[in-house]
Ligand binder design. Structure first.
Ligand code: TYD
Length: 217
């Protein structure tokens, strides 16, 4: 992408542990001497705040949401991220930028109600990630975790999250075909019980580190 940094996107359905694991990866990379930073979408900027307000409504217009997420993403890329500067600037400075959700969430979630090709179009200002880490958990566990944590957002029903999971499968395959390194991680064991955070983290790290090192070389 012509930038010196590395863009790592964490993706998955709600409650899959994206925030926990993206932050753990950043801490690990920093301990190892990498310039690394965590950031998140939707942002806490003006468009991100509007998105959160709309997510509490009972119904949403999928195209309005797609445009808002795309606008929030451009703001995040060009204006400000949790690193204090836009993501693109941070990449230009050589950071490993770990983003907790990115445009692949738009493709999986907003395509519930609109064409995925058009979602790609409105996101054309957002560069492809170098690595996507996808954490896979059952929808039932996702719903349990969300209920324990905060108010429920529009997308967080059994039926919608099931469709979103199916959308992710296809989106990740397509990204892989374009040369993106996709790391798929199971958040639960054979019996469907959550795996230990440390164990999941180790697996993410082991599967992502070689690509990060080769891109930084
Ligand atoms: P989430 O990561 O759950 O925010 P927080 O951790 O602050 O509660 O994101 C909010 C919701 O937005 C979540 O249901 C996923 C959805 N989403 C999209 O539908 N499209 C997108 O492009 C992004 C980034 C998120």
């Amino acid at each position: 992408m012509g930038l010196k940094g590395v863009l790592v996107a964490f993706e998955g359905i709600d409650g899959s542990g994206l925030t926990t694991h993206s932050k753990l990866l950043v801490e690990r990379l920093r301990r190892e001497g990498f310039k690394a930073g965590y950031t998140k979408e939707p942002t806490w900027g003006p468009v991100g705040r509007l998105i959160r307000e709309l997510l509490l409504e009972q119904s949403v217009d999928h195209e309005v949401m797609a445009l808002l997420y795309a606008a929030d993403r451009l703001w995040h890329l060009r204006v400000r991220s949790c690193l204090g500067m836009g993501v693109l600037e941070a990449l230009g400075e050589g950071f490993v930028v770990v983003v907790d959700r990115y445009k692949y969430s738009s493709m999986a979630y907003q395509s519930l109600g609109t064409d995925v090709g058009w979602i790609g179009e409105v996101n054309r200002g957002a560069p492809e990630a170098d690595i996507i880490v996808y954490i896979d958990i059952p929808v039932s566990l996702a719903l349990e975790r969300i209920a324990a944590r905060r108010l429920t957002f529009y997308y967080e029903t059994y039926e919608r999250l099931t469709r979103i999971k199916e959308n992710f499968k296809k989106i990740l395959e397509n990204a892989e075909e374009r040369g993106v390194k996709v790391v798929r991680i199971r958040g639960t064991d054979e019996e469907g019980k959550p795996r230990a955070v440390e164990e999941v983290h180790e697996e993410i790290y082991r599967q992502a580190i070689d690509r990060i090192k080769s891109l930084k070389a």
